[in-house]
Design a protein. Structure first.
Length: 89
């Protein structure tokens, strides 16, 4: 599902809820990832870092972690919510 809502900082839960279609499911996913504490309201340290990022920053960070390349080598596509290497289509 492509959504362009909730792309700013401090919108991690709302963004994921819009993507999966259910706030409870989004909270469960974030708890499983270790980004939310058991109460479903309080961010962990790692969760707070992710929440302080925009959707673009998170996508670039994910791609960079997967590849081992620096974040500066990536560009963001808002339509797909994906980061790709600059110079590639």
């Amino acid at each position: 599902m492509v959504t362009q809502k909730f792309t700013g900082k401090n919108q991690l839960i709302d963004r994921l809820a819009a993507q999966v279609g259910d706030r409870g499911k989004a909270i469960s996913i974030l708890q499983e990832r270790g980004h939310l504490k058991e109460d479903g309201k309080t961010f962990t340290v790692e969760g707070m870092k992710r929440n302080m990022m925009t959707a673009e920053e998170r996508a670039i960070n994910r791609a960079s972690k997967r590849s081992g390349k620096t974040e500066a080598k990536y560009k963001y596509d808002v339509k797909t919510n994906r980061a790709t290497l600059k110079g590639k289509k």
